[in-house]
Ligand binder design. Sequence first.
Ligand code: ASP
Length: 439
Amino acid sequence: MAVKVCKFGGTSMADGNVIKKVKNIIDGDLTRKYIVVSAPGKRYSGDIKVTDMLYGCHAELMSEGNIKESFAAVRARYVSVVKELDMNFDIGSVLDETEERIARECSEDFTASRGEYLCARIVAEYLGAKFIDAEDVIFFDEGGALDGAKTYKAVAEALAGVERAVFPGFYGRGANGEVKTFSRGGSDISGAIVARAVNASLYENWTDVSGFLACDPKLVDSPKKIKTISYKELRELSYMGANVLHCESIFPVRKANIPIQIKNTFRPADDGTSIVPTARYTPSGSTVTGIAGKKNFTVIFLEKSLMNSEVGFISKVLDILTEENISVEHIPSGIDTMSLVIESACLDNFKLGRILESIKNAVEPDIIRVIENIALIATVGHGMSSSVGTSARLFNAIAGAGINIKMIDQGSSEMNIIVGVRNDDYEKCIKAIYGEFFK
Ligand code: ASP
C-alpha cells in the first residue's frame, strides 16, 4: 500500500485548534501513516515560537543558573494546547521531567529540541499513534552530517508493524551520544529522512501557504503560483532564499525519487506545489519557473594577465579561503579575471584584510578589488535552456529598469542565471525580471 509521510510545520502546531485540523487531515487519508511535527509556532504576529522561547531558556540557564522564569512560559503554551484538545494527558509530569533534564544536560541543542519533543508527545497521544523519539533513530556522524545508513535502518526497524507513528522533527543523536539539532527549520529534513527510510510514495509537507510562488509576494503583487517544480529548480530557489522548505530537505528524498507535495493546513483543498524528480518533470511551458534572491554579499575581484595559463592560480586562492574557513558561494571567471562571491556575514574587516593580504602574497594579482553590499538574484527554470534569447530578455529587462549588473554567473546546467546587483537595486531588479517573464 502507498505510504505517505506528513510533516506539519510550526504554524500547523501553533495551538490546540489547529492541531484539530491536522487530525482531520490525517484521518482523511489512511495512507497518511507517519507524521513528523515541528514545535508550536506563532499563533499571531508578534507571538513567540516555542523554539525561540527555548533558546531563551538556555540563555537564562547560562546566565542565571536556572530556567524558572523562561520555562514557565513554555509550560503555559503546552498546558493550553492539551486543554484546547480536551485531552486526558498528564503533560505536567512530562514538563517536569523535561525541565529537570534541560537543567541537567545544560546543552543548547538539547534545550531547543524539546519544542518538537513535547509537541510530538502530545500529538501522538491525541492521534492514538506511537511516539518514536528522534534521538533513538536519527543519527549524525563524527563530522556532524546525517549518518544515513544507520538512520534509515533504525527508522525502518522502529516502524516495523506500526500502523501510525509520530516523530519529533529537528533533532537526532550526535556521534558523542548527545542530542543534536539540524539548522533552524530542520524538521523539514527530519520529514524527508522518515520518507526515505520507509520509501514513502509521497512526502507531504504541510505548512501555512498553498505552495511556492514564482517570486516573493512582498516584492510583487500576487505572484503566480508554481504548480510543479523539479528538485533541481527547488534547490536553486530555496538556496537563494525562497524559504517554504529547508534547502537541505530534498537530499534524502531525491535519492529515492520520492516526490514532495507542499500543502496548506489552513486550506487543505488547495493543490499546493508538487516537487518532482528532475527526470519525471515535464516543463509547464513557461521559460522561467521562479525568481529568488538574497542580499549582503561581498565580491573579491581579481585580475591578472595570463591568469588562465598560470597553473594553480585558482587553487592557491581557494586554499586561502579554506584556511580561513570561508565558503565561497560563486566563482564567476574570465580568462584573466576571477571573482569570489562570499556571504558578507562570514567576513569582518579584520578577516577580509587578512584574506586580501594573503591573496596578494600568494598570486600577485595585477588588480584586487572588493565590492560590498551586493545582492544576488537567481532566475531559474528548465525552460531556459531550450528557449532562445532568454538571457537577452533578462539583461534587457534589468537594463530597462536602469540597473547596473555587477556580476553574472550562469550555471552550467543552463537552468539558472544569477546576477549580482547593488543591494539598493535588489527589489527593483526582481520586479523587472518578474515583469519580463510573467506579465
Ligand atoms: N522548531 C525549529 C525551528 O524553529 C525547527 C523547525 O521548525 O523545523 O527552527
